[in-house]
Design a protein around this ligand. Sequence first.
Ligand SMILES: C[S@@+](CC[C@H](N)C(=O)[O-])C[C@H]1O[C@@H](n2cnc3c(N)ncnc32)[C@H](O)[C@@H]1O
Length: 315
Amino acid sequence: MPSSTAHVATDRPERYIRQLVSHMGHKATTEIAGDGRGVITLSGGRCVLAPDGDHLMMIATAVDADALAGVQDVVTRHLLRFATREELKVEWTPPLKGDDTQIVDPVIADYVLTHSTPADELLHDLVAETREATGSAATMQISHDEGALLTMLTRMTGARLAVEVGVFTGYSSICIARGLADGGRLLACDVSTEWTTVARRYWERAGVADRIDLAIAPATETLRALPATPTIDFAFVDADKVSYPAYYEEIVQRLRPGGLAVLDNVFLGGRVLDPAFQEEHHVAMRDLNDLIVTDDRVESVMLPVRDGVTIVRKR
Ligand SMILES: C[S@@+](CC[C@H](N)C(=O)[O-])C[C@H]1O[C@@H](n2cnc3c(N)ncnc32)[C@H](O)[C@@H]1O
């Protein structure tokens, strides 16, 4: 099924989604999903509209190339008509050929999202508030399907001690905390009091605040201060990429046999696969990905979930 995407710079993606869905609802089937995505279904194709920080992400799919051109055309024309106060640049490209290499075809990513246990109202509220409070930084938040994966993996390990590196506004910590065994605790590491203030509020609302210990300090310091014994059941790493090798080492040493560590963004938007990218964090992530497959202490699997997720299990 042919598909294409357009990533349109604008600071009002939500407004355009509402306008398009409302206006086109007269001629097409339209809906707004709980997470703010709009879906417009036309004869022969559909377009999913998603807010993406300071961009509007549009994913068009259709039965054939002509129908795809029709979907693109009708959505683009309406969007440009609503943009009375700014000049929007709408460029449709085949998936995987956008500015930032998207390893996972956005059409598949959307299908995966809508076929994983959905996020509840609280997580949707957190997504909306994060977008409002942090602007383009909101893209750092994990996706709903990734959150469902974290809850499931935490539950499967029967985790009594979990560690998270990179809290931001608390989405992943809520997902991990929800999967903890009775009496289990999550050590949540971050350097930002501003962002974790939002997290604390949502931990309270989610009823998990009493099982989370927040450590505001560079995470390598927090991890090194833990006893050097294998007590960690589950870990999630989603912070500054250049420090991933250090986080991995500190965590693997302390992971109990059978414990899991999950590393996010191991593709770095596709840059790890392209030797042209040689900045420090590209090299660090590439080297770590190479190291993990040869590390006898663990077995590992790298999954094309969003920006790439590696799961390692301590032998
Ligand atoms: C990608 S965001 C985490 C997103 C989060 N997992 C979620 O679900 O919303 C990265 C976080 O890492 C934090 N961070 C950056 N450098 C850090 C460091 N040296 N130690 C601990 N946290 C750090 C940032 O403050 C930011 O909140």
